[in-house]
Design a protein around this ligand. Structure first.
Ligand code: GLN
Length: 284
């Protein structure tokens, strides 16, 4: 099989489940991973045969992608804030909306990152604390998650990005556990926020592959993490400290009301899709 034949084989298979543009993007990513060359370079040797190993890989990747497995898990990589992260089924695939949340924090604090103490709650791949530490280099960055597998992935990512982050495995909903943490200037979180009832409308690539604990909350208690983090902030937010949240696009008003009822200010911000997606909060 030549490089060109492999590309068409893969693309045509993917077109059976993905729109053309997405199928092309995924094919390009897969071919780049397999050959180690970018598209323009691959054009130069499109008639060269793939090695046996490369041919086996493309077949394996195609099979997995046809089962709706996200390409990021198939290739074990995902880009976030210009950094390549290792990802697997232990962690959520980092989303562009979350890059906007990181951007908001960096913009607000870049001229005064000295002696900032930051914690990311529910860290998954570690995309938030690692990107923050890369931009706010003088800050002391902490991070926690309930999942042992996620903490392992996040540590691996911090090491390959050459950043120092203090990782802790803990169940944040357990008050006794979270209260062992110190005080912070910035608390950030993209917590699980999808009500279980929304499962019915979700794509199989998310539902069958991404970790449910990172995504879902009970229908009758969808803001459980926001409430716990607000309670934590009362004791663990330093003076003039701020909480930054990613939120469900339909729950902006509900999150703002919850925060105000607990004595916080709350500023909503839309993402690039014009959806309510982030909140900045502080004690009144
Ligand atoms: N902090 C990680 C992210 O934003 C994980 C979030 C989660 O698992 N809910 O991608």
């Amino acid at each position: 099989m030549t490089v060109q034949e492999a590309t068409y084989y893969h693309l045509n298979q993917l077109r059976t489940i993905y729109a053309d543009s997405e199928a092309s993007q995924i094919t390009d990513w897969v071919m780049e991973k397999i050959t180690g060359s970018m598209k323009t370079e691959r054009m130069l040797y499109k008639n060269e045969p793939l090695s046996d190993k490369e041919e086996t890989l493309i077949k394996e990747y195609t099979e997995r992608l046809l089962q709706h497995e996200p390409v990021q898990y198939v290739l074990n990589e995902s880009w976030f804030c210009g950094i390549k992260f290792y990802v697997d089924k232990n962690v959520l695939i980092p989303r562009p909306e979350t890059e906007e949340l990181v951007g908001w924090i960096v913009n607000e604090y870049k001229v005064r990152d000295k002696e900032l103490k930051i914690i990311d709650i529910g860290t998954g791949s570690g995309c938030i604390p690692i990107s923050l530490k890369r931009k706010l280099t003088a800050a002391e960055v902490w991070s926690c998650d309930i999942s042992t597998g996620a903490i392992e992935v996040a540590k691996k990512n911090a090491a390959s990005a050459n950043t120092t982050v203090n990782f802790m495995e803990l169940d944040f909903l357990n008050k006794a556990e979270r209260d062992k943490l110190p005080a912070f200037d910035i608390i950030v979180s993209n917590p699980p926020y999808i009500p279980e009832k929304d499962k019915a409308q979700m794509n199989p690539n998310v539902l069958n592959y991404e970790p449910g604990t990172a995504l879902f909350v009970p229908d009758n208690d969808a803001l459980i993490f926001y409430a716990a983090i607000a309670d934590f902030g009362k004791l663990h937010l330093k003076e003039n400290g701020n909480i930054f949240f990613e939120i469900h696009e339909d729950l902006g008003k509900a999150v703002v009301e919850l925060l105000q009822s607990k004595g916080y200010t709350a500023e909503l911000k839309k993402d690039m899709q014009q959806k309510d997606r982030m909140v900045k909060s502080g004690l009144v």
